[in-house]
Design a protein around this ligand. Structure first.
Ligand code: ADP
Length: 269
């Protein structure tokens, strides 16, 4: 059996996805990017193959994507994360959902991608200037509230009433605002819900720049946060599709392209 890998070297996490000749997801691995992300990406791919007992020679094509993609010299090819995200989202949703809009929240940026009927990217909008509305903001909020980022969802659903308004549009000021809310005896749960609604409002503004078309797919690490999903759905008054592994859509898309490129190169020989 031949295998195809996609490596998404993100600002916060490295995601590796492996598919087989039938384009089935065989395994995936998520690790922190750190400062030596090129070295960690190589190690992560090696570890995943070891864990799955797959011989390196059976890995026939690798595509890198994400912010650090050009530094991963072992890749046969690299593609932009927008293209990889679109390919991965369409494949992950399959027949369950005809994706037209993708919301991606990463560690240090957020994106809205608009697709046509055939799954081609027709437009996209990106926020990579401000930490508010990114995973980094959620990490900082969790740290200030002495929580882990994967606990935020649970706290959101324990919020007693109207989520608190977080008015600052800058992550640095929002952090001070949150500390002020804590000092005024507001509950952690209500603050968490307020943060989720403030991110949801920002994301919807971004999505409106490309146009909101059904069906909507949400991915990136923060899509694991059910509280944030709930806030975005409420603000949009629409259900959104969350894949089984939201953090690896882009690496999965890169693996799909690896499969296609390999077939193409073999066919033209
Ligand atoms: P990038 O591709 O830019 O490196 P990711 O899509 O990997 O970013 O998202 C990283 C962010 O995902 C983290 O900053 C964190 O806020 C969030 N995250 C990661 N794991 C979880 C989890 N289990 N629950 C909630 N949020 C998470």
């Amino acid at each position: 059996m031949k295998y195809f890998a996609g490596i998404d070297i993100g600002s916060t996490a490295i995601k590796v996805a492996l598919i087989n000749e039938n384009k089935e997801l065989i395994g995936h691995k998520i690790s922190a990017s750190g400062s030596m992300f090129y070295k960690y990406a190589k190690q992560s791919l090696k570890d995943m193959l070891n864990e799955l007992s797959i011989d390196t020679n059976d890995l026939v094509y690798t595509v890198s994507t994400g912010y650090g993609r050009k530094l991963f010299k072992e890749a046969d090819e690299n593609i932009s994360e927008i293209t990889a995200n679109a390919l991965g989202a369409r494949a992950a949703a399959g027949d369950k959902c005809n994706i037209k809009t993708i919301i991606n929240i990463g560690g240090q940026d957020s994106k809205a991608i608009s697709l046509d009927e055939d799954g081609n990217v027709v437009n996209f909008a990106m926020n990579d200037r401000c930490a508010a509305g990114t995973g980094k903001f959620l990490d900082v909020v969790a740290m200030n509230l002495e929580l882990e980022v994967d606990e935020l969802g649970e706290y959101h659903f324990k919020s007693s009433g109207t989520p608190l308004a977080i008015n600052s549009t800058c992550a640095v000021f929002a952090e001070s605002e949150i500390i002020g809310l804590l000092g005024n005896d507001n509950s952690v749960e209500d603050i968490v819900a307020g943060v989720h609604y403030s991110i949801a409002k920002r994301i919807i503004k971004l999505v409106k720049r490309v146009g909101i078309k059904d069906s909507i797919y949400f991915d990136g690490g923060p899509a694991l946060n059910q509280g944030l999903v709930h806030a975005i759905e409420n603000e949009l008054s629409k259900k959104i599709f969350i894949p089984e592994f939201p953090q690896i859509t882009t690496s999965f898309g890169a693996a799909i392209l690896a499969h296609e490129s390999y077939q193409y190169e073999r066919d033209v020989k």
